[in-house]
Write a protein that binds this ligand. Structure first.
Ligand SMILES: [Zn+2]
Length: 68
């Protein structure tokens, strides 16, 4: 994964960095009806300190690493 940094210097996994997951329609169906934990289609890293979404990825390996 590339080194992503927001403008105040935080990166994925740091304090204050939120991970927002987006699911495909099928992911929502699985979450809502079946209760299976679906893998997000895409995740966005959002810094709550400088209020900036500074990185977005749909890389499956990265998603598996950060979406727990
Ligand atoms: Zn920041």
């Amino acid at each position: 994964m590339k080194e992503y940094r927001c403008s105040c210097g935080r990166g994925p996994g740091d304090d204050g960095v939120e991970i927002h997951s987006s699911y495909s329609l099928w992911g929502y169906i699985k979450l809502g009806l079946v209760g299976i934990t679906a893998m997000p289609r895409e995740i966005t890293f959002y810094c709550s300190s400088c209020r900036q979404s500074f990185a977005r990825t749909s890389d499956k390996k990265t998603i598996a690493e950060f979406s727990r």
